[in-house]
Design a protein around this ligand. Sequence first.
Ligand SMILES: Nc1ncnc2c1ncn2[C@@H]1O[C@H](COP(=O)(O)OP(=O)(O)OP(=O)(O)O)[C@@H](O)[C@H]1O
Ligand SMILES: [Mg+2]
Length: 263
Amino acid sequence: MLGTVESGEGRLPGPQIGAAHTEGIVLSAEGIVKRFGALTVLDNVAFALSRGEAVGVVGPNGAGKTTLLSVLMGALEPTAGSVHYLGQNVTRLPAAERCRVGIARTHQVPKSFSGMTVFENALVAAQHGGGHRASEAYDRVVETLRLTGMLRVANRRAETLGLLDRKRLELARAVATDPKVLLLDEIGGGLTDGEAGELVSTIKVLRERGIALVWIEHIVHVLVQVTERLVCLDSGKIVADGKPRDVMKHPDVVRAYLGSAVG
Ligand SMILES: Nc1ncnc2c1ncn2[C@@H]1O[C@H](COP(=O)(O)OP(=O)(O)OP(=O)(O)O)[C@@H](O)[C@H]1O
Ligand SMILES: [Mg+2]
């Protein structure tokens, strides 16, 4: 239901915004500015994600993509602007609490715990990230590992996994929290084309489960297999937002990428 965000503790505090503006929108950001000292990394960014939608985010190195993801999930507070989730203002809600209500992310550099098995890694995420009690967390982990193709390596220690499975584990740790929105930061980086194809299949399965996605990736031909909309960031501003083929032809996008490989 719009206007309420259920968590383990109940409803989130905070003002509600008009349902007319939020109909169909699961996560939005308005007027986001992020400065680090004198450096403006995000400059008045507006972004909205519909329920179940998959949006790709592209842009050159240093454009502000990871910073935007961090603002959306609460790891960074914006200098100005607001973030709304299911109609509620979550701008000041810490990352851990946003995770509990359904916003999960994967990191550009995988953050799984070495010395722990795949199962244990997902269990920690389900219990601490997702707020699931022990009994339900086990079921959640089994379901997550099945969805992400990781059941076959459930008892392997994280550090013994190959790159594709380390990426899948990063995905599994996020999915174990039972997200409505999944924010993926260059999860395909470093994979061969074949491996990226396998990862795409896994991410498609998550999408079919109704999870909305924001996926930052430099490899556009991989991205467009899952997303129907692309956003291009350049120097902290959104320079294009629309159908992938239109965005990739947009003069500002071509200029941003001049000399870079995008596909
Ligand atoms: N904590 C920080 N303190 C100072 N500057 C930062 C901080 N985090 C990011 N930056 C700067 O903000 C800019 C945008 O960084 P960000 O990581 O968001 O870019 P990106 O688009 O994700 O790049 P990439 O494609 O290389 O991952 C860069 O100039 C970066 O050096
Ligand atoms: Mg980045």
